[in-house]
Design a protein around this ligand. Structure first.
Ligand code: NAP
Ligand code: G4F
Length: 339
């Protein structure tokens, strides 16, 4: 009998790659999707003949119980979230309802319908926030810096608590930033690669960014969904950091992305006056806009993947350069429309 998996957040970046990964392994894949005024299957439109979409919302426990009953999932991947950190200051309560209480809802649905099912929680490096140690590992103390990270910390600990209280096979993957050609357009990497593509196609509007000195440990989402699956194939449930072990500034991502499209930049000015200038034409291609600064920033993330590499046998395959190159090439090929 083929194994069955239930994915919350199936229409998102990770949900789509995880669906493809599990289908290749022969799983029957079910996904929960919330109702929208205009029907839109997001990143899984190309998989609709292979997966089953169920109506549900992380804030509605009954819909999650129904989804567990219908799918009879052996493995549950909880990827649904309000995942954009910046929006968590404008929608802190909603973020808490989905990213924190939503986790209790799906854990209870699993516990009521099929307690032997295995559970993956999408925890995040944002929980390290104001980092207490470099690099960050499983034992590093948390210090969340946004309503998003605070909500995710609840989700993380309720997963640990349900594992210890009810003997569930429940784990958290503490994943560092992972990007792709399917990344939401508001996240900084995709915002940059889409703007580079527009510049390539002749648009001269400068790219406006916030804190370009922030550092992130960036990998490709395709590698990270394999880690999610590996977490659920172990003898005992445990929590793991999944990261590349390298960190770069947003500025470095910008330079690489523009270079990929044939534009070389030099930097002039500091702070709010910093500008990325095209070395050939002297035109301003990048500038700073305070609008994108955050009330509290996470300045540096750098993960230590040693435990995942040793115990899960996981290793990232896509390098930073390849990640940037793939995203830029994809967006140029799309011929991106001006937003
Ligand atoms: P994403 O592209 O923003 O996808 C989020 C998914 O959650 C979407 O399918 C969204 O559906 C769904 N969702 C949001 N609210 C919901 C609700 N109330 N009920 C049901 N579904 C809901 O995020 P991602 O990058 O794939 O990330 C997947 C998970 O990993 C998230 O939990 C994120 O917080 C976490 N994470 C991501 C990263 C990263 O770097 N990507 C790193 C660490 C952790 P709609 O299409 O309806 O919006
Ligand atoms: O791309 P970002 O919005 O991602 P962030 O905040 O690191 O969060 C992502 O990764 C987390 C894992 O660490 C996930 F849990 C979370 O769900 C999400 O997927 O911003 C990255 C950095 C920040 O420091 C931000 O201040 O880029 C900086 N930045 C500078 N200018 C900008 C911009 N970010 C955005 N989105 N837009 C800008 O214009």
């Amino acid at each position: 009998m083929a194994k069955s998996a239930l994915i919350t957040g199936i229409t998102g970046q990770d949900g789509s790659y995880l669906s493809e990964f599990l289908l290749k392994k022969g799983y029957r894949v079910f996904g929960i999707m919330r109702r929208k005024s205009e029907l839109n299957y997001g990143n899984v439109s190309h998989l609709l003949d292979k997966i089953t979409i169920l109506d549900g919302d992380m804030c509605d426990v009954n819909s999650l119980i129904q989804a567990m009953k219908i799918s009879q999932a052996d493995e549950v991947y909880n990827l649904a979230a309000q995942s954009f950190v910046a929006s968590s200051w404008s929608q802190p309560v909603f973020t808490g309802q989905v990213d924190a209480i939503g986790v209790t809802n799906i854990l209870d649905a699993l516990r009521i319908v099929k307690p032997e099912a295995r559970f993956y929680q999408a925890s995040t490096s944002e929980m390290f926030g104001l980092v207490q140690e470099i690099p960050q590992r499983e034992t590093t103390p948390f210090y969340p810096r946004s309503p998003y990270a605070v909500a995710k910390l609840y989700g993380h600990w309720i997963t640990v608590n349900y594992r210890e209280s009810y003997d569930l096979y429940a784990c958290s993957g503490i994943l560092f930033n992972h990007e792709s050609e399917r990344r939401g357009q508001e996240f900084v990497t995709r915002k940059i690669t889409m703007h580079v593509a527009r510049a390539y196609h002749g648009d001269k509007t400068p790219l406006r960014l916030g804190n370009m000195s922030a550092k992130r440990d960036w990998g490709h989402a395709e590698d990270y969904v394999e880690a999610m699956w590996l977490l659920l194939q172990q003898e005992t449930p445990d929590d793991y950091v999944i990261a590349t072990g390298e960190t770069r500034t947003v500025r470095e991502f910008v330079e690489k992305a523009y270079a990929q499209a044939g534009f070389n930049l030099r930097w002039e000015g500091e702070g709010i006056n910093e500008k990325g200038i095209n070395t050939d034409t002297g035109e301003i291609m990048v500038c700073v806009d305070e609008k994108f600064f955050r009330p509290a920033e996470v300045e540096l993330l750098l993960g230590c993947p040693e435990k995942a590499e040793a115990k899960l046998g996981w290793k990232r395959k896509v390098s930073f350069d390849e990640l940037v190159s793939r995203m830029v090439k994809h967006d140029i090929a799309q011929g991106v429309a001006k937003t």
